[in-house]
Design a protein around this ligand. Structure first.
Ligand code: ZN
Length: 243
């Protein structure tokens, strides 16, 4: 199994198009999506359609659940809640049906997939070594895939020692070098690790290798769509700095 893993698309169609073009060149067996297809971004319906068509497996995230009304918007920031309410107002029936069928966790081959974390699949941000260690010991799977923080991250547990941190473009892992792994591919549509390019992960379970990838996309086109729809300006500004 050779999978390309995507996460946190957030209605950014131009970023998703760029990632899917790069994934086509990788020719994986499957595409896996870790959730948050919508929220923040201006093209939620097109992103849902593309993920439904292209991904073999998809989770939902907290923004998807907020938009379809499974969870309330109380825990959302003001800009996130405003964009979620706008997304509710434009969401197609087909996209809603697709999102309503998704779960925030699942299993694919030897990998456990969680939108946020094995401890709390909807809300916990795994960014610190302590949170990564708790996630790794909670999950039954050897390889844990999470999204939600919008940071490309890798943590490895080998001989009882945990090591890891940010995983910039081109980071390559030998998955045989540690007992347990926690990997976050980073975000397609709203990166927050200082690299504004769209992120994905190539996970080759047969070869025991993982590679972190970033691809440029026309940020200005998504910013224009955000402004055309009257969505909060900070959501446009953050895309060009990747924070
Ligand atoms: Zn997200």
């Amino acid at each position: 199994m050779r999978a390309c893993v995507i996460s946190d698309i957030h209605g950014n169609l131009h970023a998703l198009d760029a990632v899917l073009a790069a994934i086509t060149e990788e020719a994986p067996d499957e595409i896996w999506c870790l959730g948050d297809l919508v929220g923040y971004g201006p093209r939620p319906n097109a992103c849902c359609r593309l993920v439904e068509r292209e991904a073999a497996f998809s989770l939902c995230g907290n923004h998807d659940l907020g938009v379809i009304g499974t969870i309330g918007l109380d825990g959302f920031s003001d800009d996130a809640a405003e964009s979620a309410r706008w997304t509710q107002s434009v969401l197609d029936p087909d996209a809603r049906v697709f999102l309503e069928a998704l779960e925030p966790l699942g299993v694919r081959e030897e990998a456990g997939l969680y939108h946020a974390s094995p401890v709390d699949p909807v809300w916990e941000y795994v960014m610190s070594p302590e949170a990564a260690a708790a996630a790794i010991v909670t999950a039954p799977e050897r390889i844990v895939l999470v999204g939600h923080s919008h940071l490309a991250l890798t943590f490895a547990l080998a001989d009882g020692r945990l090591a890891g941190g940010l995983a910039p473009d081109g980071t390559e892992l030998d998955l045989g070098a540690a007992d347990r792994w926690l990997l976050n591919p980073g975000s397609v549509g709203q990166p927050r690790d200082g690299d504004p390019r769209a992120a994905f992960l190539v996970l080759d379970l047969d070869a025991g290798r993982a590679t972190y990838r970033r691809v440029p996309y026309p940020v200005a086109a998504t910013q224009q769509e955000l402004r055309d729809r009257g969505l909060p300006e900070p959501l446009a500004v953050r895309l060009e700095v990747g924070l």
